[in-house]
Design a protein around this ligand. Sequence first.
Ligand code: ZN
Length: 317
Amino acid sequence: MPRLFKKAALIIFLIASAMVPVLAWDDVGHKITAYIAWQSMSPRARENVIKILRAAPEDSHLAAFYKSYGSEPEDTRKREYFMLVSTWADIVRDRAFENRYKKYHKGPWHYSDTFWRQADGKAQILTRFEEGGQGVTRLFESEKILRDAGSSNAEKAIAIGWIMHIGGDIHQPLHASARVTDLEPKGDQGGNLFLLTPQGTARENQVNLHWFWDSIVGRNIPLRGETCERGYIEPIAQNMMKKYPYSKMQNRLSLGKYDSWQAESFKLNPTMVYSPDLIRGQLPPAKYRKNAFRVAEEQLALAGYRLGETLNRIFDN
Ligand SMILES: [Zn+2]
């Protein structure tokens, strides 16, 4: 294919994917992580978690997602409910439900950015920046709520929603990074300011680096028309578990060390995210896209095992 045409085709493909809201790390990625977590959980931990979630405050709508009847076996319904719960923190972004939005939406909880500058191919960490998100703090806080005998089940349900969601987000390297450049002196907001489309592209057609990583699974493994969501997500998650089995990941779990999870995720930025072949205003080349997907798969699997074991420690000991 002529270069120009190939590039145009790719841009159209990327933009078309951007228009399918269901295909984002925020949805597919979180559900994959939750599926893997569920597989790692003991029957007792699962039982306790579901019981608590169903006691969630009514105005959070978290309890209402559970399908108490249906043609699927009960265990499948519980697993799917748990997977949906991992996306609750994004569901509450919907301003159409104003009260729920005001009470539960917390933008800065979804990330914990390390500010840094790239110098001679190395990351120079900048410490004098203030607002870098509260992801790590909220993970510690959620675990504290879950372990506190004085917490109500309603409070614990919200904490499970957050721990499952932030625990996934923090494994997306760009939820742990704010790169500072001359163009972005206050940081690039996890790559949101780093455009992959050429200068002058109409706003609605722009795509950025954050979006590229958020939507990486859906772009690499597109959802086919008639496949139901379960038929789509399960095989992807199972394949990731085969590629990155628990036996090979179990010595990397660092349970309870949420700052280590963040630091590890951040470290991928200077090498795998802002690698020399990534150029502003251009879509990443094939080799970059391939490496990025591999990194994302490993991060999603790791997040799943970590969260599953975290819940086992709290709810089955
Ligand atoms: Zn999020």
